[in-house]
Design a protein around this ligand. Structure first.
Ligand code: HEM
Ligand code: NAG
Ligand code: NAG
Length: 499
């Protein structure tokens, strides 16, 4: 059954239960919360049907009526929607302490993943340990610097593949190619190996990661009506359990192989993330094999779709805006040299490219509501109460298009960031595509390096043209809502040798 059918069936069968509960609610008085304003919910399903196909847009519209701090009822779940930079600051900074737990969807709780997952644990000693290790070891500048050569090598392979396509005038699906490359960037950073061979034979890993993200982003009736969790009406839990089992098994094999190598007299150079984690496990007992598998799962799932979708949008915007493409090319030519691949040590010298990535993340924030947060206890914001256990969605998509913050908000213009202090590191609340506060994306620095490396190299090494004489005005700019906001129609472009 699809989501809407499920919801409607549910509506009918529950109508009678509702009559009963109304009766009961008159007898048992509820606490009198002063919830933020919002649309009135209909019985049982609340405001669920108002979400539509594109919740980021529907909720943006509702916020125009009800304000930047809005409350809704999504099924049984009280949901607070944040739609301005000021309110985002209230959630991500001022009241961060009590608003930083996660709402856990059923697709995440399979195999108890939420008990081990960096991304979905509540604030807890284990979560703090994992964050500390990310910040001080896995994603520190020092370790990212020491793994940059493997990413550079992968980038070179990617460029070779494109070069082959350019020789036969073949179009490439930029999303698919970047997806593969991103997985290999991550798998080489973590495990020093490719998880996808460039001829595409090892498609299983890619399909796993794709399916896990897809299921995590599929609206699930059971998330809105916790009573239905047992029934798994859309089969999401069943499918996700299989996927997660498989991916954890793949990681387990890799860990076992590495342990064998480390036991022997290793010629091994001991410098990837897996080695860092195994080193930690010798001193710190919480870092066991299970946690390493779980953390690897989270890094791949959180890092792949987000990075890929950003790059696909960036290329789309550059192709649609030839003047901007020209400027980006010119900067690269002057600073790096025409056709020379970009390296990570170069990225601080490319302000226009950096601005292009910021502008892409502004117009197409890959995680439009951040990861759903949950209130640990009652919190008061601007005189309204956010009740304990309410889900909190920060609508980054609408904040990034707020006309009171951004001039000409729907215009793609990297220039707006030149000479501006605005960054996406969680301190400027008008631009928080990576979130903020203590839950801010720990992969931010790696993401930025991968994006600069790929975009810079793609732009500097080739000219690009659309397929079949298509004009750039005709590019379909529609987006598709999921846990990440992707391009609805894949961008297909033809690489040309630089003239
Ligand atoms: C363009 C790329 C990326 C974007 C836009 C992005 C965005 C986000 C966002 C919005 C959150 C939630 C923040 C919040 O709740 O305030 C998040 C969390 C997270 N991200 Fe990223 N991310 C990206 C790339 C990556 C990469 C490359 C990795 C790692 C390899 C990664 C790992 C994580 C993890 C583990 C979390 C959960 C952190 C926690 O809950 O404590 N992300 N990311
Ligand atoms: C792991 O420990 C070994 C031996 O102490 C050390 O040489 C290596 O650099 C460490 N690796 C990482 C990634 O920290
Ligand atoms: C780019 O990085 C490479 C490798 O580190 C270096 O040789 C080159 O000089 C850098 N170019 C610029 C302009 O920084």
């Amino acid at each position: 059954m699809d989501f809407v059918t499920c919801t409607l069936v549910l509506l009918l069968t529950c109508a009678s239960v509702h009559a009963l509960s109304l009766l009961l609610s008159r007898i048992i008085a509820k606490p009198n919360y002063n919830l933020p304003p919002g649309p009135s919910p209909i019985p049982i399903i609340g405001n669920l049907l108002e979400l539509g196909e594109k919740p980021h847009k529907s909720l943006a519209k509702l916020a125009k009526i009800h304000g930047p701090l809005m409350s809704l009822k999504l099924g049984q779940i009280t949901t607070i929607v944040i739609s301005s930079a000021t309110m985002a600051k209230e959630v991500l900074q001022t009241n961060d302490q009590f608003l930083s737990n996660r709402n856990v969807p059923q697709s995440v709780s399979v195999l108890n993943h939420d008990h081990y997952s960096l991304a979905f644990l509540p604030i807890s000693p284990l979560w703090k340990e994992l964050r500390k290790i990310c910040n001080t070891q896995l994603f520190s500048h020092k370790s990212l610097d020491s793994s940059q050569d493997v990413r550079c090598k992968k980038m070179q392979q990617f460029l070779n593949d494109i070069h082959q396509s350019s020789q036969i005038g073949e179009a490439i699906d930029i999303g698919t190619s970047v997806f593969k490359t991103t997985i290999n960037f991550l798998s080489n950073t973590i495990f020093s190996m490719d998880l996808i061979s460039s001829n595409g034979a090892a498609g299983e890993f890619k399909d796993l990661v794709t399916d896990i993200t897809k299921l995590a982003g599929t609206p699930n009736v059971a998330d809105f009506f916790p009573l239905l969790k047992m029934l798994d009406p859309q089969g999401i839990k069943r499918r996700q359990t299989k996927n997660v089992r498989k991916i954890l098994d793949i990681f387990e094999d890799l860990i076992n192989q590495r342990l064998k190598i480390r036991e022997g007299t290793g010629v091994y150079n001991n410098k990837d993330m897996l080695d860092a984690m195994l080193n930690i496990s010798k001193e710190n007992e919480f870092m066991d094999k299970n946690i390493i598998q779980r953390l690897s799962h989270d890094l791949f799932v959180a890092g792949t779709d987000t990075t890929t979708s950003t790059l696909e949008w960036a290329m789309t915007e550059l192709i649609r805006n030839p003047e901007i493409m020209k400027k980006a090319k010119k900067e690269l030519e002057q600073i790096i040299g025409r056709g020379v691949p970009v390296e990570e040590s170069n990225i601080s010298k490319l302000p226009y490219l950096e601005a292009t990535i910021k502008e892409t993340l502004r117009l197409h924030p890959p995680v439009p509501f951040l990861l759903p947060r949950k209130a640990e206890r009652d919190v008061e914001i601007c005189g309204y109460s956010i009740p304990k256990d309410a889900q909190i969605l920060v609508n980054v998509w609408t904040i990034c298009r707020d006309p009171t913050l951004w001039e000409n908000p729907s215009l793609f213009s990297p220039e707006r960031f030149l000479g501006s202090e605005i960054e996406f590191k969680g301190r400027n609340f008008e631009l928080v595509p990576f979130g903020g506060g203590r839950r801010i994306c720990p992969g931010l620095q790696l993401a930025n390096r991968m994006l600069m490396l790929m975009l810079g190299s793609l732009v500097n090494s080739f000219d690009w043209e659309l397929v079949d004489g298509m004009k750039f005005e005709d590019i379909n700019m529609d987006d598709k809502f999921g846990i990440t906001l992707q391009k609805a129609q894949p961008l297909r472009i033809v690489p040309l040798k630089l003239k």
